[in-house]
Design a binder for this molecule. Structure first.
Ligand code: 0X9
Ligand code: ZN
Length: 400
């Protein structure tokens, strides 16, 4: 799912090399395909043809890649079999855009029946405070590169010293479901406190902080210009916020090339967006952190930047297992649990920082889907995905 450091630095990616403010060339239809390479040579061939990588790893048995027609032709010529996930990812984005414009006109009743833009999500935090001012308050954590505010909701019936569980979405711009799900988890905690004894118990003991849009500029850009944008909006190139944290900064699975999808920035915490979330995690007595992403249906725990086993591996795995079971119980959807390093190495992630610097039980949860439509997930999946995330947050909170 992350970008192709090697490809981009070799200049093989036409999509990633075009100036990001320009729309994709109309002639180039981009398809997402799934390939199971039969050899290392075949894997390299596929990666060399790809203009983006959507699968969680370039090492695993399956590669989900984005290809232009010439790439598809080359695959066919080389006798490499592929399964089409989407014949035209830009058509998917266009259909989504058309639907959103209609939905806006229709003003549907259920807030979570459709994806919401940055301003609407941000305003929803105020709605939740208005609903339960005794339980919820909103705070500005910082300001993005382009001056947008990054806000979080604190939900708790406990005092100021209550151990904090921090939940965020939207480090990666195109992962819209992570924004909706974070907001939805906050909404349910606020709404269910009185009626649900589990929620009551959790909020009597903990403070749950929810920051749904850590990368507001990227999110807005993904809505307005390039649906598949991942990074923040530093310069014309952007920084991958999930490579900008200080633990393992500069390590494997991150890039010093600005054009790369995993460009880490000039130094750790060079970006105001990562600073904002870091400062919250630092200031609060943070005991757990869930960083929501998409896609792949995975629960990942430290470490991400090293092959070493985390000292709290057993505890992390037990908590992760409880979350996976709770998720499975809701809609029978499997979410695979593993140390992040087993997926692929990534230096400078939020996951490793929360655990390494704060000793918090840190998780990255890759939400729906497992593959298929990738980042463009139908809106009728928002509520069921939220059911899963909510179950995971409660299962975690009850075991801390
Ligand atoms: O690469 C990332 O930042 C995360 N995946 S995503 O596709 N949403 O971009 C996962 C980071 C977790 N760490 C490792 N896999 N090592
Ligand atoms: Zn992500």
């Amino acid at each position: 799912m992350w970008g192709l450091v090697a490809l981009v630095s070799l200049g093989l990616s036409t999509m990633l090399l075009r100036p990001p403010h320009e729309p994709p060339a109309v002639s180039a239809v981009r398809a997402a395909v799934r390939i199971e390479p039969r050899s290392e040579a075949e894997r390299q061939q596929v990666l060399a043809l790809a203009v983006d990588l959507w699968s969680d790893s370039d090492r695993g048995p399956r590669l989900d890649v984005v290809l232009e027609p010439s790439g598809l032709d080359a695959l066919t010529a080389a006798g490499i079999a592929y399964e089409v996930l989407s014949p035209d990812i830009d058509a998917d984005a266009a259909a989504e855009r058309a639907r959103l414009e209609q939905a806006e006109a229709a003003r549907p009743g259920n807030w979570f029946a459709e994806y919401r833009d940055y301003e609407t999500v941000d305003a929803h935090l105020d709605t939740l405070v208005a609903r339960r001012p005794d339980l919820a308050r909103v705070e500005t954590l910082g300001t993005s590169v382009m001056g947008r505010r990054i806000r979080a909701l604190r939900i708790s019936a406990a005092g100021a010293e209550a151990p904090a569980i921090v939940v965020n979405g939207g480090q990666h711009a195109r992962e819209w479901i992570s924004v909706m799900v974070s907001t939805c988890v906050a909404d349910r905690l606020v709404t269910d406190y009185d009626a649900d004894p589990r929620v009551h118990a959790v909020l009597d003991r903990h403070a749950v902080w929810v920051a749904p849009v850590i990368n507001p500029d990227g999110y807005v850009f993904s809505w307005e210009s390039d649906r598949y944008w991942r990074k923040n909006r530093r310069g014309s190139y952007g920084v991958d916020l999930n490579r900008n944290w200080s633990v393992g900064f500069g390590g494997r699975g991150s890039s010093s090339n600005r054009r790369s999808q995993i460009f880490r920035g000039p130094h750790a915490f060079s970006e105001p967006e990562t600073q904002a979330l870091r400062d919250l995690l630092m200031r609060e007595p943070s005991v757990a952190h869930i960083d929501f992403h998409s896609f792949g249906q995975l629960i990942l725990y430290p470490w991400s930047h090293t092959k070493k086993v985390a000292p709290d591996r057993d505890k992390l795995a037990a908590l992760g297992d409880a979350m996976a079971s709770a998720i499975y119980d809701v809609h029978r959807q499997p979410y695979r649990l593993m140390p992040a390093q087993d997926l692929y190495m990534a230096g400078g992630t939020a996951l490793d920082w929360s655990y390494g610097e704060r000793g918090a039980m840190g998780f990255t949860i890759e939400l729906r889907p497992k593959g298929g439509s990738g980042f463009v997930l139908p809106p009728d999946q928002i509520v069921p995905t939220c059911d899963e995330a909510y179950a995971a947050v409660l299962a975690l909170a009850e075991r801390l």
